[in-house]
Design a protein around this ligand. Structure first.
Ligand code: TRP
Ligand code: SF4
Length: 331
């Protein structure tokens, strides 16, 4: 077995719609940084999209295209990182099946995400084998490439704990084949939506990547700020305000300090503050909009990039599966 020289990093997203600036400062900024330090595999988790969207599969491939465009617009370089489609590397399914043989039901039923989603999603039936097995497939996604580092949001941390348990069990039965994957979290504050809740497509409070200047401006100018600042002269609390979080990820340190101070003393109003954040946000949105348009205008080039990445992923996955079959005495 040859040890890879650089660390291996794997992460995926479900193709369920356009990405927003919450994704950018959460997951994607991390991915962009990592592509220079590690062998990165970033993929479309289209099979995972089926766990909650099995009734509406028609949107998956279009959403996937948009998602890859968003990845690249956000700064992922397909020459550095390997972009691929989960369902096009069948080894994910094989490893998922094998891991299923050793994963206790209790581990899956206790998963907080599983419990929470079973309680909150009531418009469709989620009493499904595939839905329960979500973290097993996710484990296969990661360890197929022997990744030790997985850049994800905090919501995915319990899944990774489960992945480590499955890996430990596999390794103790069949020999040390896989490293235990650890989460890589971003230090960035979570981005709030225009209504002050967590930015999420399901809340309809997002600013999408590369949205037009006009529409971005409208959303930001209308966004909820510190509810205690009823009047211009009321001092504010930046730490409860989504605009302040946005400053933290887009403005320079000096501006952030100025906003912090001027908000608390009511030296500026929210309108001034929002205009200031737009000075940086709008050009960034414009750059992404241009990149998105250029990419969407050349669908064949995009397909080629993803095909190339998928081929690379397949080769790596095939190597691991040979090792797995041998370790399990199935070769
Ligand atoms: N569960 C992740 C999410 O909902 C997506 C995902 C699937 C993933 N497989 C993965 C993330 C493997 C990291 C590694 O965002
Ligand atoms: Fe938020 Fe800025 Fe208004 Fe303070 S001044 S509440 S940070 S928008």
């Amino acid at each position: 077995m040859t040890q890879p020289k650089r660390p291996v990093v794997v992460s995926g997203m479900r193709p369920t719609g356009r990405l927003h600036i919450g994704h950018l400062h959460g997951a994607l900024a991390n991915w962009v940084k990592l592509q220079d330090e590690a062998d990165c595999y970033f993929f479309s988790a289209d099979w995972h999209a089926l766990t909650t969207n099995y009734h509406a599969t028609g949107i998956i491939k279009q959403a996937e295209r948009e998602m890859f465009v968003d990845f690249i617009a956000a700064g992922i370089d397909p020459e550095k990182a390997t972009l691929f489609v989960q369902s096009q590397v069948r080894e994910h399914a094989e490893l998922y099946l094998l891991l299923g043989m050793i994963t206790p039901l209790g581990w899956l039923e206790r998963s907080p995400t599983y419990k929470e989603m079973r309680e909150n999603i009531t418009d469709r039936d989620l009493a499904l084998y595939g839905f329960l097995g979500y973290p097993v497939l996710m484990t296969a996604d990661i360890i197929l490439y022997k990744a030790a580092r997985v850049p994800v949001g905090v919501d995915q941390v319990p899944h990774l704990e489960l992945s480590r348990e499955i890996v430990r069990k596999f390794n103790s039965h069949y020999g040390e084949v896989f490293p235990e994957p650890q989460p890589l979290l971003t230090a960035a504050p979570k981005i709030l939506g225009t209504d002050g809740r967590k930015m999420s497509k399901s809340y309809g409070n997002t600013v999408d990547l590369g949205e037009s200047a006009e529409s971005t401006r409208k959303k930001i100018m209308g966004a909820v700020t510190d509810p205690a600042r009823m009047r211009r002269q009321d001092p504010g609390h930046p730490d409860v305000c989504g605009i302040f979080y946005l400053h933290k990820v887009t403005s320079d340190a000096e501006t952030v300090a100025w906003v912090d101070q001027s908000c608390r003393t009511a030296a500026i109003g929210c309108v001034d503050c929002k205009k200031k954040v737009l000075e940086r946000l709008l050009p960034a949105q414009e750059r992404m909009r241009e990149r998105r348009e250029a990419l969407l205008a050349r669908p064949k080039d995009l397909d080629d990039l993803v095909q190339l990445g998928t081929g690379k992923a397949r080769a790596a996955a095939a190597r691991t599966m040979e090792e797995v079959r041998k370790a399990m005495k199935l070769a």
